[in-house]
Each structure stands twice: as C-alpha cells, then as structure tokens.
Design a binder for this molecule. Structure first.
Ligand SMILES: *Cc1c(COP(=O)(O)O)cnc(C)c1O
Length: 393
C-alpha cells in the first residue's frame, strides 16, 4: 500500500515506536556510538560489508539516527529507492559530481543552473581535468551535439533561477539514455510535490533542502535521491569529504517536511495569483512564471508539473533605480537571497549578484528584474502590498 503524498510527508521513514514513547524522532547528540564488546564490533563490520541498510551507527561523519529518518522520508517523497542527506545543497551537488566524474571525463551542464554549480564546474572541475560544455535548456538538438564520447553526466535544473525555465525531462533523458549517460536534476525549485523527476527516468534528483523542504529559513541541508546502486559510491564519498548533515538540522528538516504538502500548495496558489496580478499591471513590463501561458515553457510545465511553485520573477517598467525604489516601498517581504520558506522574500538580482555591470549582463540579469519568492501569507495581503508600491512609482 502506498500512501498519498501528505500522509507520506508525515509518516514515511519514521519508526512507530520511538525512545520513551516519544511521538517525534529525537536528536541524538553524540559524535560517536560505542560497542559493548568485540562480538558487537565484528557483527557491525559484517553488516557494513554486506551493505545492510539497517546497520547501526559508528561515528558521526558516517551517519546519525535523525538524518537516516530524513533520508527514508525523502526517498519516499521522491519515489526513489534511497536518499542521502548533506550539510547543504552545494555539498550534495559537489559530492555527487566528484564521485561520478574522473579526470578526462566530460560534463554537459544545461544553462540556467545555480550560480555556484556553474562555478564548481568551470572553476574547480576544470582544474582536475574535467571539461564542461554548456547546453541551452530549450534546444534538444544542441544538447545532443554537446555530447562527446567522454561525456559521463548531464546536469540540469528545473525550474531555473530567475527566469523559471523548464526543461523537457523526457526529451533530456531520451538523449542521455542513447549514450548511456547519467542524468542529474537539481529539482530545488520544483519540490517533490510539484515534480517527480525519477518517474521520467532521471538517475539522480538533488535538492537544496534549505529552501522548500526545510521551509522555515532556519537550516541548511541538501539531498540526493536515486537507486541504492548509484548512491553507494556517493555515500562513501560523503564519509570521506565529510559533508553530512548534523542531527539538529536533520531534526528541523524532519519537522519541516511534515508540512511540505500544505506549504507548497499555498505557495503554488500564491505564485499563480501574484503572477496574474502582475501580468495585468501597467507598471510591470513582463512576468516570468511557468504557470502563465506567456511563459516559453508553459506547455512543458503544464504537462510535467502538478504546480508551478512560489517564485515569480518580473520586470518593472523602468530602470535600476526605479526598480530598487519599488523594492524598498514593499512592506511585507524581507529583502534577501533565498526562497521556499514561510516568509516571503524579495530580491532585485542585479543588486545582490555583483557590482560589475558587465558580469551581471553576462549572467542575463536585467537591471529592472525582481524575484519574488512567496511564502505562505495570504495572497490578498501580498497583492495589496504590491499594489501600493507599484502605485507610488
Ligand atoms: C540554494 C540552491 C542551491 C544551493 O543550496 P545550499 O543549500 O544553499 O547549499 C542549489 N541549487 C539551487 C537551485 C538552489 O536554489
């Protein structure tokens, strides 16, 4: 029997009987797990060698009980066999890429990926003899052309930041499978509520759990989900590189995940309502939201996703200063760089990206662009606030 998403969000991965009859999974605040005698050590070593998933803990860099419950819950929510939890989204991405790529291998990175993923490929992997080719997100022919005999991984992200571009997963996986290439999708903006990439044949799904999954702007974590076979070497690398999630953040993530369904439903609603309001407003030049028919990937998003998320990007009718003035006139959202939490957060990407104008333009960030990451507030209040600010500019 497979439960529905919201039931899994609450119950999947949890032990029914917990220490002291507690209803919540506890934080086990320890760095090391001790053995009663040599027989217990040897039994542990045997289970470890046999890859027994229920093997006990030994040392905190390899795992802790709270993190393992989160992993089981994440695997259930994504419909994957296993999940691995990391200290951050970037830690999940870098550990996965370091495991799957060796010197002489080639990576295809689909355009629009998170800024630091891009930086890792072009400033770090390049130093270790791994070349990267950028492929456009909306051109399968160009994606196929980017592939070389040495290509091992295609890495993509959907929807992307800040223009919310959506890749056609069936098409991407089809191309990768023809060449036996591993596909990785950073699904942070989609969440497992809105998109189930493994059902399209993607090999590994990655999340910055710092965003929607945690959902309360109070933790950093990352996750990789896929088959046990693909994850085994990544788990070993995590033990070497040391990027495991700590018990406290794992606990907060576990609590956040239980309300994922409720929060993302509301954020989808808020995103759609705010996008429509802005699209009809004369002080707004254009809106980038995959739930609007004007978005270039609307048809793909509609087919592939069950909701379009809580991030809405738009361009103010005006220049850099007018856009900054608009941002400063808003009363409800915080100004900041993250997304996915219960609090609405706004950002003028050009001000937070770099002081160098050329660098900003190269990254495709227009001066008048605003990214609104909606929280779970009432959409009427968000719209009233937007309305008063737009009226004043
Ligand atoms: C934030 C983010 C990351 C990085 O995650 P951290 O948890 O901040 O390390 C990676 N990809 C996407 C799409 C993100 O939004």
């Amino acid at each position: 029997m497979t439960n529905h998403f919201s039931t899994q969000a609450v119950h999947a991965g949890e032990e029914k009987r917990k220490p002291y009859g507690a209803i919540t999974t506890p934080i086990i605040q320890t760095s090391t797990y001790t053995f009663e005698n040599t027989a217990e050590v040897l039994d542990y070593m045997q289970r470890l060698a046999a890859n027994d998933p229920t093997v006990r803990d030994e040392y905190g860099r390899y795992g802790n009980p709270t993190q393992k419950v989160v992993e089981r819950k994440m695997a259930a929510l994504e419909g994957g066999e296993r999940a691995l939890l990391f200290a951050s989204g970037m830690c999940a991405i870098t550990t996965a890429l370091c495991t799957l790529l060796s010197s002489g291998d080639h990576l295809v990175l689909v355009s629009g990926a998170y800024r630091r993923t891009h930086e890792f490929a072009f400033s770090y992997l390049s130093r270790w003899g791994i070349e990267t080719t950028l492929a456009p997100i909306d051109d399968p022919t160009a994606l196929a052309t980017a592939i070389r005999p040495t290509t091992r991984v295609i890495f993509s992200e959907t929807p992307t930041n800040p223009y919310l571009r959506v890749i056609d997963l069936a098409q991407m996986v089809g191309i990768a499978k023809q060449h036996g290439i591993t596909t990785i999708l950073d699904s942070t903006f989609a969440t497992p509520f809105n998109l189930r990439p493994l059902e399209y044949g993607v090999d590994l799904v990655i999340h910055s759990a710092t965003k929607y999954l945690g959902g309360h702007n109070d933790l950093l974590a990352g996750a990789v989900i896929g088959s046990g076979e693909t994850l085994a070497p990544i788990q070993s690398a995590r033990g070497v590189l040391g990027g495991i999630s700590n018990p406290h953040d794992a606990y907060l993530l576990l609590r956040g995940l239980k309300t994922l369904d409720l929060r993302v439903r509301r954020q989808n609603e808020n995103g759609q309502r705010v996008a429509q309001f802005l699209a009809d407003h004369p002080a707004v030049r254009c809106v980038h939201y995959p739930g609007l028919p004007s978005h270039p990937d609307y048809e793909i998003a509609r087919r592939q996703m069950s909701g379009f998320g809580g991030v809405v990007s738009f361009e103010i009718e005006g220049d850099m200063d007018k856009t900054s003035r608009f941002v400063d006139l808003l009363r409800l959202p915080y100004i900041g760089p993250t997304l996915g939490g219960v609090e609405s957060i706004i950002e003028q990407p050009s001000t937070l990206f770099s002081l160098d104008r050329e660098e900003r333009y190269e990254a495709g960030l227009k001066d008048n662009l605003v990214r609104y990451a909606l929280g779970i507030e009432d959409a009427d209040d968000v719209i009233a606030d937007l309305s008063q600010a737009l009226a004043q500019i």
